[in-house]
Design a binder for this molecule. Structure first.
Ligand SMILES: CCCCCCCCCCCCCC(=O)SCCNC(=O)CCNC(=O)[C@H](O)C(C)(C)COP(=O)(O)OP(=O)(O)OC[C@H]1O[C@@H](n2cnc3c(N)ncnc32)[C@H](O)[C@@H]1OP(=O)(O)O
Length: 230
């Protein structure tokens, strides 16, 4: 029986962008990221804000004149991210270079199989005053630990994610997230990691378990069968 995912979520049904297309759109996303920061922090007069609001609406209409049905993928892995399917997911809210909501978080695979990610978060990611929002830390761990699991050969969905917030995580300083696989068992994979400040203090620790969904394995088996019979 075919257990195919809806077309909009199957990577093979997405639009794939070449390097230059990604670069052009990534520059747009970078500007919009700066715009988000400016919107959060602006103190220009209200009349000017009202005028700018109209201009932003007009830009939204121009961009929306031609729309894809789902976020595109990159033809090739993005610099600074590992060569996994997710590294090419351009609209991802944590790593997606085309998503202005994404910081975006880079991802570096180390020779020992662990990963490292160095990033700085500013005002749009604020939770308690001057500090990183706990849900933002959770999203970053979810993605980075998930990619670490994928890199180890067990790509999957998050089944569990537990965080321990040891100390407040500051905005506007370079943070380092390190992650590693601790256990693998069939289609289940466990990873853990921690975020540290430049002085080496751990602010958040996380442990997660990822499961390769049964329906994805079934879909892969269906595709292999189709290839054999065609
Ligand atoms: C592959 C695609 C992605 C590739 C990209 C790589 C990069 C990724 C980056 C990702 C970053 C972002 C990531 C995101 O944001 S992922 C988005 C957030 N997560 C989800 O939406 C997941 C929703 N849940 C499901 O889809 C299914 O329940 C899953 C797929 C998890 C399992 O449904 P499936 O029908 O396939 O499996 P099964 O029921 O036969 O169970 C199998 C085994 O697993 C054990 N179990 C299951 N659930 C739990 C649980 N909650 N706690 C403890 N254990 C659990 C279960 O007991 C059994 O163990 P055992 O009895 O065999 O011992």
């Amino acid at each position: 029986m075919t257990t195919a995912l809806p077309p909009t979520i199957r990577p093979q049904d997405r639009s794939f962008l070449g390097e230059e297309q990604v670069a052009v759109r990534a520059r747009l996303a970078e500007e919009v990221r700066a715009l988000i920061d400016a919107v959060v922090l602006t103190d220009v007069p209200d009349a000017e804000i009202a005028e700018i609001t109209g201009q932003v609406r007009a830009l939204t209409d121009r961009l929306g004149a031609a729309r894809l049905g789902a976020a595109p993928m990159a033809d090739t892995p993005i610099d600074g991210l590992i060569a996994s399917g997710m590294s090419r997911q351009l609209g991802n809210p944590v790593t997606g270079v085309l998503n202005p909501v994404a910081p975006p978080i880079p991802f570096e695979a180390l020779p020992d199989g662990s990963v490292r990610s160095v990033f700085t978060l500013d005002e749009p990611y604020e939770g308690p005053p001057g500090l990183v929002h706990g849900g933002i830390s959770a999203a970053i761990f979810d993605q980075v630990l998930g990619m670490t699991a994928g890199m180890s050969g067990v790509p999957g969905f998050t089944a569990t994610l537990e965080l321990r917030y040891r100390r407040p995580t500051p905005l506007r300083v370079p943070l380092t997230l390190k992650a590693r696989i601790t256990r693998r068992e069939g289609r289940k994979c466990w990873a853990d990691g921690e975020i540290t400040t430049p002085d080496g203090r751990v602010t958040v620790e996380a442990t997660a378990m990822f499961v390769t969904p049964r329906h994805l394995l079934a879909e892969e088996a269906d595709e292999a069968q189709e290839q054999r019979t065609s």
